[in-house]
Design a binder for this molecule. Structure first.
Ligand code: SF4
Length: 208
């Protein structure tokens, strides 16, 4: 029988190592939306200099993308004020027109199936490449907080990307564990964050 990996435990082990350093390492934190980034930011900011990387051309339509992106920016600003910290944010170009063509061959897949695995990989790889090219110490995705998304698949993608882009270490996570999801939901209320009703792409609107 294959040994189960407990990604939450791996994140705690890595933080224990980081606590021994005499500096705060940098981390590029891939984020899909403000609500899902709420708890990961709170969890990571004592140990890392964080830059959020917001590259989500999967979101359809443009109006919905704009709401989510602006909400992400607002959350980071308010988080910085409240915690007297300096989380940065990078927002990349929006190009749903071309992005959805990559997903289209898998349009009939159910949510959490092969289309979603490709979607995690496309966004994570673009972000990881940026982290590698810009010498970030670590890369992480906040998407492991979702109950609808497979943290096993995402962490396996992260592991593969670490081999391909070795300047940057992959930070394993499973943010939903140990009440992470409950804390996310509390922060959504506290910051009055816009909480979307579908994952993002045009196919997820169809299936919601
Ligand atoms: S449902 Fe979400 S993760 Fe899956 S393909 Fe659509 S946007 Fe991407």
């Amino acid at each position: 029988m294959m040994k189960k990996t407990y990604y939450y435990d791996l994140s705690i082990k890595e933080i224990d190592k980081i606590k021994q350093l005499d500096y705060k390492p940098s981390i590029l934190l891939h984020s899909c939306c403000a609500p899902c980034s709420s708890f990961p930011l709170e969890f990571l900011y004592p140990y890392f200099n964080i830059t959020i990387y917001y590259n989500n051309s999967n979101i359809y339509p443009l109006e919905e993308y704009t709401i989510r992106m602006e909400e992400q920016v607002r959350y980071v600003q308010q988080f910085n004020e409240l915690h007297n910290t300096n989380v940065q944010i990078i927002v990349t170009n929006y190009d749903e027109e071309n992005y959805h063509k990559l997903l289209e061959p898998l349009k009939d897949e159910p949510e959490c199936g092969k289309r979603c695995h490709l979607c995690y990989k496309l966004r994570m790889e673009e972000a990881y490449q940026y982290a590698h090219n810009n010498h970030f110490d670590y890369f992480c995705t906040i998407m492991t907080i979702s109950r609808q998304k497979s943290s096993i698949v995402m962490n396996q993608i992260g592991q593969e990307l670490e081999q391909k882009y070795p300047n940057t270490k992959y930070f394993y996570s499973d943010f939903k564990k140990k009440d992470g999801l409950l804390r996310r939901n509390a922060l959504v209320k506290e910051y009055n964050l816009y909480n979307q009703t579908y994952c993002g792409c045009r196919y997820s609107i169809r299936d919601k």
